[in-house]
Design a binder for this molecule. Structure first.
Ligand SMILES: NC(=O)C1=CN([C@@H]2O[C@H](COP(=O)(O)OP(=O)(O)OC[C@H]3O[C@@H](n4cnc5c(N)ncnc54)[C@H](OP(=O)(O)O)[C@@H]3O)[C@@H](O)[C@H]2O)C=CC1
Ligand SMILES: N[C@@H](CC=O)C(=O)O
Ligand code: NA
Length: 429
């Protein structure tokens, strides 16, 4: 029995998936039972990096989701539309879905999942988070006995590649971004990577799985890496840290209630922390569960082969279910829709790194200390670290403090005559 699939998209990931399916030797025996019936693309005449069976290319994607021969629709287009509409049409036509599209799943996952339940079809999305890392299945199944306490990850390959190259080779931001685009890591609009939206989509999905509730994508606080420069990378290193874009979902106890922190931002990670050494296109997700403790998942988070590995394994899972009368555990069956409230960013407690440019006047550090004291911000270290155009560079690291208190103290500090500017405010893990 052959299971027929329609691919929507033959770009970086679609090509990788087609290559695996068309070369089944040595893989799971179910791969040879997958037949690619149609592939939907935008430009029919674009040169492709793969030899395809005749007549599979199709530019009217509706023909694929409405094709009665197709059992599984594999959505690898990217973007919100037409991806969402095509997925919903395919579901209405009782086709199973495999997708790598975190943007659609973070925003419309609940709608898609509910429609899929009604239609009795599967929606699998392993490739949507961490590329080839099997983290979706792990959170859904292998860790299911645990109470998840936190999920902290480097989940965007493009920004990790950029930050790694900036730190190790001093390469210019724009130049490394172009490299990441050439390597197929970046989104069609790379601002989704750079500005933290892609990581926000991914932590929405991971938090939904880990905490068993539907997370609203709009509840994620996110910042990207545009503001990171070589000066902060250098000072972070001097102070024993590496800068990484972290996506964090964790339980926090505020007074008596337990809430969730959901944030994405560049973070100073202590050099001895396991996430500090996850470099280049590698992603890692550190999960803490009770009673398991910490477990870390590491692998290539973007790129054709690694992402296609996750796509095809989802297809194989469905093929197995269809051929052998088994069921697949669907990814998005939330258990408790309103279990936790989300902590607003002002109430999130973390450590901070702040860099000030100040006139080289006596007593500046004393003034900083007094104002921080007024707002209950305790300082772990204060260093006058360098000079820039006759301005002294002062870097402080705080102990854990509410973001709101830190911001209020900085507002007051910025009114001091001695303070020229506050170029960097970064969180510290
Ligand atoms: N690249 C990566 O490393 C990873 C990507 N993903 C996700 O996988 C998905 C695909 O990404 P990727 O392969 O990189 O994207 P690409 O831009 O490389 O490929 C997109 C494909 O979709 C086709 N396409 C796009 N829009 C339309 C449309 N409106 N009508 C018809 N065809 C269309 C394009 O056609 P044509 O070829 O004719 O232009 C192309 O074949 C995205 O959701 C992305 O977020 C997930 C993990 C990693
Ligand atoms: N653009 C994404 C692709 C994989 O999800 C990334 O860089 O991680
Ligand atoms: Na994955």
């Amino acid at each position: 029995m052959t299971i027929k699939i329609g691919l929507l998209g033959l770009g970086v990931v679609g090509t990788g998936a087609a290559k695996i399916i068309l070369d089944p030797s040595g893989r799971n025996s179910l791969v040879k039972d997958i037949s690619i019936v149609k592939i939907g693309v935008k430009s029919a005449n674009k040169p492709r990096q793969i030899d395809l069976p005749p007549n599979v290319i199709e530019t009217d994607l509706e023909n694929i989701v409405n094709n009665p021969d197709i059992d599984i629709v594999v959505e690898l287009l990217g973007g919100l539309e037409p991806a969402r509409t095509l997925i919903l049409k395919a579901i209405a036509n009782k086709k199973h879905i495999v997708t790598a599209n975190k943007a659609v799943m973070a925003l419309y996952g609940d709608e898609i999942y509910k429609k899929a339940c009604i239609a009795g079809v599967y929606v699998l999305l392993e490739a949507a988070v961490g590329g080839g890392i099997p983290i979706v299945k792990a959170l859904k199944q292998s860790l299911s006995a645990n109470r998840i306490e936190s999920i902290v990850g480097i989940v965007n390959g493009t920004t990790n590649y950029i930050l790694t190259k900036m730190a190790s080779e001093g390469t210019d931001f724009e130049k490394v971004l172009m490299e990441a685009q050439k390597l197929g890591y970046a989104e069609a609009d790379p601002s989704a990577d750079i500005d933290g939206l892609d990581a926000a989509d991914k932590i929405t999905i991971l938090a939904s799985l880990g905490f068993g509730m539907q997370i609203n994508r709009h509840d994620i606080y996110y910042e990207g890496i545009r503001g990171i420069n070589s000066i902060d990378i250098k000072y972070a290193k001097q102070l024993g840290f590496v800068i990484k874009l972290l996506a964090i979902a964790k339980k926090v106890t505020n007074n008596t209630s337990e809430k969730l922190q959901l944030t994405v931002h560049p973070t100073l990670v202590p050099e001895e922390h396991p996430l500090a050494h996850v470099d280049g296109v590698y992603n890692a997700v550190l999960v803490e569960g009770d009673p398991l403790g910490e477990v870390m998942f590491l692998g290539q988070g973007a790129g054709s082969g690694p992402t296609a590995s996750a796509v095809v394994s989802d297809i194989v899972n469905i093929v197995d279910a269809l051929k052998n009368n088994r069921t697949v555990s669907s990814s998005l069956d939330y258990i408790n829709s309103d279990l936790y409230k989300i902590t607003p960013i002002e109430s999130v407690k973390t450590r901070f790194y702040v860099r000030f440019l100040s006139k080289d006047l006596p007593g500046v550090i004393g003034h900083l200390g007094t104002i921080f004291g007024e707002y209950s911000v305790s300082l772990k270290s204060v260093v006058q670290i360098g000079l820039q155009k006759k301005l002294a560079e002062i870097v402080i690291i705080t102990y854990h403090v509410d973001e709101g208190s830190l911001r209020a103290a900085l507002d007051k500090i910025s009114t001091l005559d001695a303070i020229d500017s506050i170029p960097s405010i970064l969180r510290v893990l």
